[in-house]
Design a binder for this molecule. Structure first.
Ligand SMILES: [Zn+2]
Length: 105
């Protein structure tokens, strides 16, 4: 890999149960992390958990970038090894707690 992807914190809009935590856009070689999800983790679990969420999301998408044919199970194993935590902790927490009342006007 010649150089790292661009990393952005982006507003994905309110998504309810189908909340996307992060994505990799190969066309512009950019990893985007859901800023609303990041702020939810920070507000409810604190700055350290928010850092871990960010690290997990970037590690997840970076692995998709370098290993585009990897299964989600392989990606999760990579994130677990890279961050020392179960990547599903954030999926469950953010999705369950992401109440529509909090994000829709
Ligand atoms: Zn994935």
């Amino acid at each position: 890999m010649s150089r790292p992807a661009r990393i952005e914190i982006a507003d994905f809009g309110p998504c309810g149960d189908t909340l996307l935590l992060a994505e990799y856009d190969a066309e512009v070689d950019t990893i985007r992390v859901n800023g609303r999800a990041l702020e939810r983790v920070r507000a409810e679990r604190g700055a350290l958990e928010a850092e871990l969420f960010m690290a997990s999301a970037v590690a997840h998408e970076a692995f998709h970038r370098t290993q585009p044919n990897a299964s989600e199970a392989a990606v999760h194993a990579h994130v677990r090894a890279a961050t020392g935590s179960d990547p599903r902790r954030f999926e469950t927490f953010v999705r369950v707690r992401y109440d529509r009342r909090d994000v829709e006007p």
